[in-house]
Design a protein around this ligand. Structure first.
Ligand SMILES: Cc1cc2nc3c(=O)[nH]c(=O)nc-3n(C[C@H](O)[C@H](O)[C@H](O)COP(=O)(O)OP(=O)(O)OC[C@H]3O[C@@H](n4cnc5c(N)ncnc54)[C@H](O)[C@@H]3O)c2cc1C
Length: 396
């Protein structure tokens, strides 16, 4: 059978694809738009999976990108429970798990990431969970309902957010992680120590500079054994050990993979979509991809933004990212839970994290995108009385 011809084929059923489909229609694309997603659910906001939805505060509909009827109203064909099993970048054609084959005028590859699994002894025991999807959140809720003690493996944002959510649900949570302080890998020791303090204040136990060695139990997990020799009783375990970009299709199609594991593409996001691991980045890159599919020739200029909430105890906002920095300048006071950390490398602001001072991030965006070399302005970043607008303007 000849492949079906469509105008826009969006592979991946996450936020990036969904927002790309939305912007195609908003900007007047009148051709056929098909979104192909492996999951049973229509596109949704994953952040809810470790926050309100996990705590049972949100219905199943609340995290959805758009209500179910929206897709039909927009004349967007949404194929759930369907995988693209092969992709030919030259012919712009894809084979689907339902047996269809499609060729398209434009293709978006937005296959997102998969959780990194830890293959240690006992990893197949019942009661051990990962979190990526709404269905995973359902399993964690069901699997921890009668649990008293939950161990979280990993001190990054999944481990910390789930620890906060499950503590709110009355569980005794313990985090085991390689880092010295929670969230330290992405945001440094000062921010990490602040967030760890917040978790501990609310009853979460944290074991840093340690590592999972194995799980023990008879059919169901009962204990977590760490490299340092801790034996932690556990009625359930949630693992948040990072993600790996899902580049299987892209690799087989011969697309070039970059050094951070995503697919290489131009500033117009042509060739395909880079790996996206922040909600806001997926959202904005989906939009930029749509505009460029429509020939609008817009570079992707957004400075990536990230947020994380520890239940209603506190949260962070961040623009960057900085993978390396040689200095942290602090504005405000962690003691008052109102501060911004500027991550500076070679005299240039690479990233900024804030707790309770969101307005600072507008200035951070300007400083990051201009790449301005800071002179005397650098000390003003840490001065609460300094006017950040003039600091940013002065450093242009
Ligand atoms: C629990 C959780 C909490 C989070 N919280 C935050 C937060 O607080 N703040 C923040 O900024 N970010 C957060 N994130 C990250 C954010 O949600 C992701 O960065 C975002 O979902 C990425 O969107 P995406 O569309 O690029 O990829 P994904 O969401 O990974 O979507 C890709 C989709 O494509 C599907 N797919 C893959 N291959 C194929 C194929 N061959 N055929 C068909 N379908 C395929 C996948 O199954 C998946 O459904 C969180 C993530 C998780 C898991």
């Amino acid at each position: 059978m000849a492949p079906r011809e469509v105008d826009y084929l969006l592979i991946g059923g996450g936020l990036a694809s969904a927002n790309c489909a939305r912007w195609l229609r908003e900007e007047g694309a009148d051709g056929s738009v098909v979104v192909v997603g492996r999951e049973p659910d229509p596109p949704y906001n994953r952040p809810d999976c470790s926050k309100g939805y996990l705590r049972g505060e949100e219905s199943r509909e609340e995290p959805l990108f758009r209500p179910n009827e929206w897709w039909g109203e927009q004349d967007i064909e949404l194929l759930t429970r369907t995988s693209a099993t092969a992709f030919d970048a030259v012919a712009r054609s894809a084979k689907l798990s339902n047996g269809d084959e499609m060729t398209a005028g434009k293709v978006l590859l937005a296959t997102g990431s998969n959780v990194r699994r830890l293959n240690v002894p006992g990893c197949d025991l019942e009661g051990i969970f990962y979190l990526r999807t709404l269905a995973n959140a359902d399993s964690i809720r069901a699997g921890t309902e009668d649990a008293e003690r939950v161990v979280l493996i990993g001190g990054s944002y999944i481990g910390c957010e789930v620890a906060a959510s499950l503590t709110k649900l009355g569980k005794r949570c313990t985090i085991v992680m390689q880092e010295k302080a929670t969230l330290e890998r992405g945001f440094g020791a000062q921010a990490g120590t602040f967030f760890q303090g917040l978790l501990e204040e609310h009853g979460v136990t944290v074991h840093g500079e340690d590592e999972l060695e194995r799980f023990e139990g008879d059919g169901h997990v009962a204990r977590v054994i760490t490299r340092a020799g801790l034996q932690l009783d556990a009625d359930a375990v949630v693992i948040g050990a990072g993600v790996t970009p899902d580049i299987a299709l892209a690799k087989r199609a011969g697309l070039q993979i970059g050094e951070r594991g995503g697919v290489c593409c131009s500033s117009r996001l042509e060739s395909s979509l880079v790996r996206i691991e922040h909600w806001d980045v997926a959202f904005n890159q989906g939009k930029t991809a749509a505009l460029n599919m429509l020939g609008k020739d817009v570079p992707h200029a957004e400075v990536p933004y990230f947020f994380s909430d520890l239940a209603d105890w506190g949260g962070l906002e961040y623009v960057g990212p900085a993978f390396d920095w040689d200095e942290e300048v602090v504005r405000g006071s962690p003691g008052d839970a109102s501060f911004t950390i500027w991550y500076v490398q070679g005299g240039r602001v690479r990233a900024a994290l804030t707790v309770g001072r969101s307005d600072d991030l507008d200035h951070a965006r300007r400083l990051i995108s201009s790449g301005a070399q800071l002179g005397d302005e650098k000390s003003s970043l840490g001065d609460l009385d300094a006017d950040l607008a003039s600091v940013a303007a002065g450093a242009q």
